[in-house]
Design a protein around this ligand. Structure first.
Ligand code: TYM
Length: 330
């Protein structure tokens, strides 16, 4: 049994299909075998300007989305990051063992701060990967299931853990990224050169997990395709390869089998099939999601219990960490 940790930022009302395929799908599978901590990382949402009302609503709905995706709060610890104060405390300790050079090299930081004067780039955005390292190390996490866009943050987390262990004695396991072989980078439906992303302003870029059937059908119909007409995954067909990856992930069928089914049938037929597979998959999600949001008392109970279990594990780690770094009286 390994300790698994992962998180999702509540920066939209619901996650998108890329979040599910790249991350949640693995989380659901891992909870059968491992001790899992799944966290709505609300503190990470403060790294870009935010609206307090929206943030608190979105934190609840992110938790509901995880349960509707198949996270079982009995088996896994499901909680809100800000309800376990040790996250911020460990972040400070790790800030003091991290380096400006390594934080400046993070591509996500460079992308998000591009075009902004150094003077006005938020410090939170810069420190983001340290908070992320603290999230995992606080639970002495060993396995971190994420999509491909988090690869570099995971490398930094490993460096921080190794440096801490070297300077203060073996304290943290050095966590491994767990990135799926297929579906780790779901691309935008309107442009397969860029990943599907919550922050996009383009409505046809992504499928929200609670999109109703008619919206799903419309978005798939409008999805860009490649030249030619054959339904085959290949590097020179990024759009069809992406749609095949989505089809495969939500149906659980291998890409080759789906290619075989649509051999000689063209993009139109394939898109119709994909839309129906998606509708069948998303419909139960949407129903369950709405049901969960409809019972706020039960969701509160789940989150309270999750925070209590998380706190217990976090306090155990912090007890050791404080002692190792000399924050003690004797
Ligand atoms: P976030 O909220 O952006 O995304 C949640 C998860 O979804 C994955 N993902 C994707 N996978 C495939 N294709 C895509 N287009 C796609 N878009 C997003 C992400 O890789 C992620 O796994 N920094 C993290 C949250 C975080 C975290 C942590 C994760 C905070 N602390 C500690 C692991 C461990 C983030 O912004 O995820």
């Amino acid at each position: 049994m390994a300790r698994v940790f992962s998180g999702v930022k509540p920066t939209a009302d619901v996650p998108h299909l890329g979040n599910y395929i790249g991350a949640f799908r693995q989380w659901v599978a891992l909870q059968d075998l491992h001790q899992c901590f799944f966290c709505v990382v609300d503190l990470h949402s403060l790294t870009v300007p935010w609206d307090p009302e929206k943030l608190s609503r979105r934190s609840r709905s992110a938790a509901a989305s995880l349960i509707a995706s198949g996270i079982d709060p009995e088996r896994s610890v499901l909680f809100l990051q800000s309800e376990v104060q040790e996250h911020t405390e460990l972040t400070w300790f790790l800030t003091c063992v991290s380096r400006m050079g390594e934080l400046s090299r993070m591509t996500q930081f460079k992308d998000k701060s591009r075009g902004t004067e150094n003077e006005s780039i938020g410090t939170g955005l810069y420190m983001y990967p340290v908070l992320m390292a603290a999230d995992v190390l606080l639970y002495r996490g060993e396995l971190v299931p994420v999509g491909d866009d988090q690869r570099q943050h995971l490398e930094l987390m490993r460096d921080i853990a190794e440096r801490f262990n070297r300077d203060f004695g073996d304290t943290f396991p050095v966590p491994d990224a767990y990135i799926p072989a297929e579906g780790a980078r779901i691309m935008g439906l309107d442009d397969p050169a860029f990943k599907m992303a919550k922050t996009t302003e383009r409505p046809n870029n992504l499928i929200w997990m609670n999109d109703p059937p008619e919206v799903v059908r419309k978005k798939i119909k409008r999805a860009v395709t490649d030249s030619g007409g054959e339904v085959l995954a290949s590097p020179d067909k990024p759009a069809i390869s992406n749609l095949l990856a989505i089809y495969s992930a939500v149906s659980g069928r291998p890409v080759a089998e789906i290619e075989g089914e649509y051999q000689g049938r063209g993009y139109g037929d394939f898109k119709k099939g994909l839309a129906e597979v998606l509708v069948d998959f998303l419909d139960p999600f949407r129903r369950r999601y709405l049901e969960i949001l409809d019972d706020p008392a039960q969701l509160d109970k789940i989150l309270d219990a999750g925070a209590a279990r998380a706190r217990e594990a976090a306090q155990e780690t912090m007890h050791i960490v404080r002692d190792r770094i000399g924050l003690r009286r004797h």
